[in-house]
Design a protein around this ligand. Structure first.
Ligand code: ATP
Ligand code: MG
Length: 270
């Protein structure tokens, strides 16, 4: 479980460039749940994921992950508990290393002994089996440099690597946005499959309303550093794309009306 309380992050405070990226975020993510984070550009979605991953220490607030108070942990220490996939398919893997070598590095994440990319025959058998789950034929190309793969194939492997050690939480930041529609659909489908199969807890930032409706079991909407809507359980199951667009619209109108009132009107669909 992830428990976030009173999280605040302001970039360039007390300057003309001040940005209140997270404004008092309270959010509890249940173990085994899959949550989509949606919201307009600059609403604080990536900042929220970065705060969890430890890219920065928040100005105030607390983060509890799997019972551990990680608020002040450095990023590398949290990395043992967290799997991440970014938008860029070229991030997260080493292009000149083979598929098998990249995966071996992922398998050894968090171990204290010196890094070795040697692929033992035992590891190889496990890698072959797990890569075949992707159904991309990559299990027959384990010795190819990962840089020779397409963006979609690479992102599928990055997803597999990020989940290899069953992280306490999987953070996906628009991880299909840079892919062509077919590859994006394939990676989205794989995401759902892996999250369900491994019973992972996941948060996925997306601009795709279709993905938000199809994949997760909860949708959290952010706007200007705040959570403005939260669809869960049967409300999530019933919600459709036009409902989400209507909520976006309402949020923007409320904002014009009065920002403080907008806070009071946080829409809960629990
Ligand atoms: N490292 C940083 N330094 C300064 N400002 C930042 C930094 N990171 C984010 N911001 C600002 O904080 C706000 C929230 O940014 P964030 O990247 O979280 O938005 P987002 O919801 O992920 O948007 P998008 O959908 O465009 O990815 C923006 O105004 C952004 O410019
Ligand atoms: Mg972002």
């Amino acid at each position: 479980m992830l428990e976030i309380k009173g999280l605040i992050k302001t970039f360039f405070p007390h300057t003309i460039n001040e940005v209140k990226a997270l404004r008092d975020i309270d959010l509890t993510i249940q173990e085994g749940s899959f949550t989509a984070i949606i919201g307009t550009n600059g609403s604080g979605k990536s900042t929220l994921l970065n705060a969890i991953a430890g890219t920065f220490i928040p100005d105030s607030g607390s983060i509890l992950l799997a019972g551990q108070p990680i608020t002040f942990w450095p990023e590398f220490q949290r990395a043992k508990l967290i799997g991440r996939v970014f938008q860029n398919p070229f991030a997260g893997t080493a292009a000149e290393m083979t598929i098998a070598e990249n995966i071996v590095m992922a398998m050894r994440r968090g171990l204290s002994h010196p890094l070795s990319k040697a692929v033992t025959s035992k590891a190889r058998a496990e890698i072959k089996e797990r890569v075949s789950v992707l159904k991309m034929g990559l299990e027959d190309r384990l010795d190819n440099p990962i840089g020779t793969l397409s963006g979609g194939q690479r992102q599928a492997l990055t997803l597999l690597m990020a989940t290899w050690l069953k992280p306490k939480i999987l953070l996906l930041d628009e991880h299909t946005a840079a892919l062509d529609p077919k590859s994006a659909a394939k990676v989205a489908e794989l995401t759902k499959y892996i999250v369900d199969k491994e019973k992972l807890t996941a948060m996925m930032v997306t601009h795709s309303m279709q993905q938000a409706v199809d994949l997760p079991d909860r949708i959290v909407m952010m706007h200007k550093g705040k959570i403005v809507a939260d669809y869960q359980k049967e409300h999530k199951q019933r919600v459709r794309i036009p409902d989400l667009l209507a909520t976006f619209d309402r949020v923007q109108k409320k904002e014009l009306f009065d920002e403080s009132v907008a806070t009071l009107l946080r829409e809960q669909y629990v």
